[in-house]
Design a protein around this ligand. Sequence first.
Ligand SMILES: [Zn+2]
Length: 249
Amino acid sequence: MRLLTTLVCFLWSLGLSLAQIPEKPKLEITKLNENVFVHVTYGMYQNQAIPSNGLIVKTKEGVVLIDTGWDTKDDTDNTRQILQWVEDHLHQPVKLCIVTHSHEDRVGGISELKKAGVRVISTPLTAQKSVQEGYESPEAILPADTTFLIGQVPFRCYFPGEGHTSDNIVVWLPSYRILHGGCLIKSVAVFGMGNIADANLQEWSNSVRKLIRQFGSARFVIPGHDGWGDTKALEHTLHLVEKFNASRH
Ligand SMILES: [Zn+2]
């Protein structure tokens, strides 16, 4: 009888503790204009569900994604949800995905995209690092600064220098004046440096200064994580990096 009571108590507490584990929020989509949407997916970092931003760009020749959902090698559900949302709401095939560096919040869903027949492209360095981290390889075709048209929409992929990682690039949509800064850029809502395990803290501010010079006319600047807004995110990032560096000396 005592054994049974113990067992019941154990199962009850197990049920309770399972119920207490917070569920990761599902995909969120925000429209920036008629053709550009932010995809927000959640990943776990230091036991917390953290949102991650990528873009969905509608063109006359299909949809272009900038970054996959925040997925892992074992779980690509976030990217699956993005593909499903595009199918349900834009009724167009996803043609291409541009990966902006080799961390799991950018490239984690690559297997899901490849399975769906989507081309995934990056710089040679990001492709090489993705493979080293155990992901499938994006096509290593992007030079350090290149602009191409898809369905008449220009995409500029640009490496401004090292920062969050050695391979971080940004994507500029000149027709909409939208800059996808990725994890090189911090949201004005954030005052921590995030994951700096692979960062180049010396070069980071120089790289951000280049973005300020070139994309000062941006209407939207989308950081890798948390809320987005205008070019204040660029100045904010510069300030955070400089403050962080000063505090280390
Ligand atoms: Zn990130």
